[in-house]
Write a protein that binds this ligand. Structure first.
Ligand code: DC
Length: 205
């Protein structure tokens, strides 16, 4: 079974994806990490995040050592990943890798922005997880503070809005709900309620 989970930043899709993977005993790929790692390589090399040729080379050359989550989860890395994610050559470079992951015999859970629309259009289950920008900013601020970062709510909300706009407005694989996806608005849900709703939706498939 292939489960595709898309949605905006801090909607809860990562937690839901991990829990679904555990529940159905499937491997999970957080595709945001691929974009974050690509941005990290560019920043480490002092390159511009908008240099399409260097960004494509970085995406094609990703190695396991580039996936140190502590260096990929910081506040500004989401924004940096969103910038490289708007480059079509980067998306093309990362596509095969994601499709290979999804083609395992047992299936897989992938979460991102274009999984149900571009990477796995034939997924068995598609969820589009969302929540209001304010709720997402609250969750993200809590998460970042938990990691020891000194952030304020207004900055985090502005970052979320900017990312929503860039991720939804880009021409290459914009963030959009697949027509056959199940919408899960987690604004009024706690984690457990959202996870149970997602498990119920996937089980009904
Ligand atoms: O899911 P995340 O917050 O880790 O993603 C960080 C950024 O990476 C996101 O704002 C846009 C980009 N991204 C993307 O363009 N496509 C994906 N499938 C996953 C992430």
């Amino acid at each position: 079974m292939i489960i595709a989970i898309d949605g905006p930043a801090a909607s809860g899709k990562g937690t839901i994806a991990r829990r679904l993977a555990g529940h159905f005993n499937l491997p999970h790929l957080d595709t945001g990490l691929l974009y974050r790692a690509t941005a990290r390589v560019l920043l480490d090399n002092g390159a511009s995040l908008e240099d399409a040729a260097k960004a494509e080379a970085a995406a094609r050359g990703l190695a396991l050592t580039d996936f140190d989550e502590a260096r990929l989860r910081g506040a500004h890395m989401g924004e940096a990943a969103s910038v490289v994610g708007a480059i079509p050559q980067v998306r093309a470079a990362l596509m095969e890798w994601q499709r290979r992951f999804a083609s395992r015999p047992e299936g897989a859970v992938l979460d991102g922005r274009d999984i149900g629309t571009v990477i796995c259009p034939d997924a068995d289950v598609k969820l589009f997880v969302t929540a209001s920008p304010e709720t997402r900013a609250q969750r993200r601020a809590l998460e970042l503070r938990g990691r020891g970062e000194n952030v304020n709510f207004a900055d985090v909300l502005a970052d979320i809005r900017r990312r929503d706009e860039r991720d939804s407005g880009r021409s290459a694989a914009p963030l959009i709900a697949a027509p056959d996806s199940i919408l899960l608005d987690t604004t009024e849900m706690d984690v457990e309620t959202a996870v149970q709703a997602a498990i119920a939706a996937a089980s009904a498939n």
